[in-house]
Design a protein around this ligand. Structure first.
Ligand code: ADP
Length: 193
C-alpha cells in the first residue's frame, strides 16, 4: 500500500498532477477541495458550512475537514493506496492523518511539494478563474488570503514531514508534461514495492 501527499500553494497544480499520478500508480485520489465543492453543489449542511470559509479564502475548520477525510478513506477500503491532494493543510490535520492511518495499519510513504513562485501562481489562478466558476479564483483579495493561510498554517508542514524524512520537493514550474515527468521520476526512485 502506497500513500502519498501532494503538497503546494494554491494554484501549484496539485489537482492536475494528481490525475496523472493516481492513474499511473493506481492510487485513489482524494481532494478535500473537490469534496467540499461536491458538497456545496449538493447543498448539504457540510457544503453550506464549507462555503462560508472557502468564499473568504479561509481554511475550513480542522474538525470538519478531518472527519470528511476519514470517511472518504473508510468508504474506499479496496483501493491500493491514496493520493491526498490539499490535505493535510495544518499540523492538526497531519497529526490526525498519521494517527488514523496507523489505526488501520497504514502510513504516509512520501509527501511531495510542488514548488512554484507566488507571482506565477497568481497569474495561473486568475487564468483558471476565467473558466473554473470558482469564486475564490476570481478575486485578488481571496487569492491573497489563501496564500496567507498557506504561509501561516500550511508551510510549517514541510518541517513536520522533513522530521519524518518523508518530504520531497519538485520544481512545479514549466509545462504540465514536464512536471508530470519530474514527479514520475521521483516516485519511481523511491523503489516502493
Ligand atoms: P487551492 O489549492 O487552489 O486553494 P483547493 O481546491 O485545494 O484549491 O482548496 C480550495 C479551498 O477549500 C481552500 O481555500 C479551503 O477553503 C478549502 N480546503 C481545501 N482543503 C482543505 C483542508 N485540508 N483544510 C481546510 N480547508 C480546506
Amino acid at each position: 500500500m502506497k500513500n502519498f501527499v501532494l503538497f503546494g500553494k494554491p494554484g501549484s497544480g496539485k489537482g492536475t498532477q494528481a490525475e496523472y499520478l493516481s492513474e499511473k500508480y493506481k492510487l485513489y485520489h482524494i481532494s478535500t477541495g473537490d469534496l467540499f465543492r461536491k458538497n456545496i453543489s449538493q447543498n448539504s449542511n457540510l457544503g453550506l458550512l464549507a462555503q462560508s470559509y472557502m468564499d473568504k479564502g479561509e481554511l475550513v475548520p480542522d474538525e470538519v475537514t478531518i472527519k470528511m477525510l476519514e470517511n472518504e478513506i473508510k468508504e474506499n477500503p479496496q483501493s491500493k493506496g491514496f493520493l491526498f491532494d490539499g490535505f493535510p493543510r495544518t499540523i492538526a490535520q497531519a497529526e490526525s492523518l498519521d494517527k488514523f492511518l496507523k489505526s488501520i495499519d497504514m502510513q504516509i510513504n512520501a509527501t511531495i511539494a510542488l514548488d512554484v513562485d507566488e507571482e506565477e501562481l497568481i497569474s495561473r489562478i486568475i487564468d483558471r478563474g476565467k473558466t473554473s466558476n470558482r469564486s475564490d479564483d476570481q478575486d485578488i483579495e481571496k487569492i491573497q488570503n489563501r496564500f496567507n493561510e498557506y504561509n501561516m498554517k500550511t508551510s510549517t508542514l514541510s518541517k513536520y514531514y522533513k522530521d519524518q524524512k518523508k518530504f520531497f520537493e519538485v520544481d512545479g514550474s514549466g509545462s504540465v508534461d514536464e512536471i508530470t515527468k519530474r514527479l514520475f521520476e521521483l516516485i519511481d526512485s523511491f523503489n516502493l514495492p
